[in-house]
Write a protein that binds this ligand. Structure first.
Ligand code: FNR
Length: 343
């Protein structure tokens, strides 16, 4: 029990030491990809960044999966399930401690941790004073993180980018650590650097030497083509936890100790989860296109349903029997769901 807040510490269990982690990725890191990453060996999976006000206008519904549904258009803002509950970290895009806490409280029972996005360089984030804008206003980030740490029963982390100056980076990391967060993910590129720039692995090493909490090394996908490259990245950065984005997007079996699987096998397994989770077709298509990349026009890319028609028919029958058909479509909020409204 936290004496100050009276909050049970029972769920503060997720440990970030020596972990392989699926990075937050907008549109890619939805439920099917997260489940696939867990199957292949990821220890922790981050959701895509979810913007606070969008979650706050959603309501919770259990429907085979646990869904947070946007009241304004009936789309699923966040879908999760029991299988990932102790491994999934929800990343929030926010610039406001009160809204961040409301969101975190809303999903606390369904996720294992909360992460604050402090690295997104997109205009949408910067204009909203979110993401990388927080690197310039650390006092706002500190307030958000402290508020979350003091009031949640699950661990809190943040994900940053390095600053152009090493000492300033170390200073910022020390400050963020002082809020009581459980770990920090550091992408070794500055806000102005793009994926083709070298990752500043030497800065990650300095940060990990300086901090006492786990530092999760990120930004190594170009150096990581196979499982054994992950150990090399750990050695170079001095971090024992690694977070992968693009390497996992392109071939999620990068998490597997057994080695990379052929892309076709990964696509098939992904599609099965997409069917199981009733993932919106537009999102499924986007993810497959990002796995295929320049092979979209190849025979593999033009493959119709990857021999999954029997599987789809079977699942449709099963969903029909369980009353779970059309989970991604709108149906009005029930009375009992009103109490779970964000605001
Ligand atoms: C990202 N990244 C990202 N970061 C974040 O904090 N929240 C997010 O929602 C996203 N979304 C996102 C989408 C896609 C398609 C990509 C490729 C990346 C950044 C990502 O988590 C990571 O920091 C960088 O990609 C660097 O790591 P890798 O790719 O070298 O492993």
């Amino acid at each position: 029990m936290n004496e100050k807040t009276g909050i049970s510490m029972e769920r503060k269990r997720l440990n970030y030491e020596n972990k392989l982690i699926l990075a937050p990725m907008v549109r890619i890191g939805t439920l099917p990809m997260r489940l696939l990453a867990l199957d292949y060996g990821a220890d922790i999976v981050y959701t895509e960044e979810l913007i606070d006000w969008k979650l706050l206008r959603s309501f919770r519904r259990e429907n085979g999966t646990v869904d947070y549904i946007d009241k304004t258009d009936g789309t699923v803002t966040f879908r999760t399930c029991l299988r990932e509950r102790d491994k999934v970290v929800l990343q929030i895009g926010t610039c406001d401690a009160t809204r961040a806490l409301k969101v975190a409280k809303m999903v606390e029972q369904d996720v294992a941790g909360i992460d604050l996005n402090m690295g997104c360089p997109k205009l949408f984030s910067l204009v909203g004073k979110m993401g990388a804008a927080l690197l310039k206003e650390p006092e706002i980030a500190v307030n958000i993180l402290k508020t979350l740490v003091d009031n949640l029963s699950i661990p809190v982390t943040c994900k940053i980018r390095v600053l152009p100056d090493l000492d300033k980076t170390l200073e910022l990391c020390e400050l963020l650590q002082s809020t009581g967060i459980s770990a920090i993910a550091v992408h070794g590129r500055t806000v102005n650097e793009r994926p083709q720039h070298m990752n500043h692995n030497e800065v990650l090493r300095k940060v990990s030497e300086q901090l006492s909490i786990p530092v999760i090394a990120n930004g190594g996908s170009k150096e990581i083509q196979k499982y054994s490259d992950i150990s090399k990245f750990k050695e170079i950065t001095g971090c024992n936890s690694v977070m992968l984005a693009r390497a996992a997007e392109w071939n999620c079996s990068i998490f597997s100790k057994e080695g990379l699987l052929p892309m076709e096998d990964v696509i098939k397994s992904y599609l099965k989860y997409a069917v199981d989770c009733d993932n919106p077709p537009s999102n499924t298509k986007y993810c497959i296109q990002n796995i295929l990349r320049d092979q979209q026009e190849s025979t593999l890319g033009r493959n119709d349903l990857w021999d999954l028609s029997d599987y789809c028919r079977l699942k449709k029958k099963e969903f029909g029997e369980k009353g779970l058909l059309g989970r991604s479509q709108v149906s009005p909020m029930r009375e009992d769901e009103k109490q779970n409204e964000g605001q």
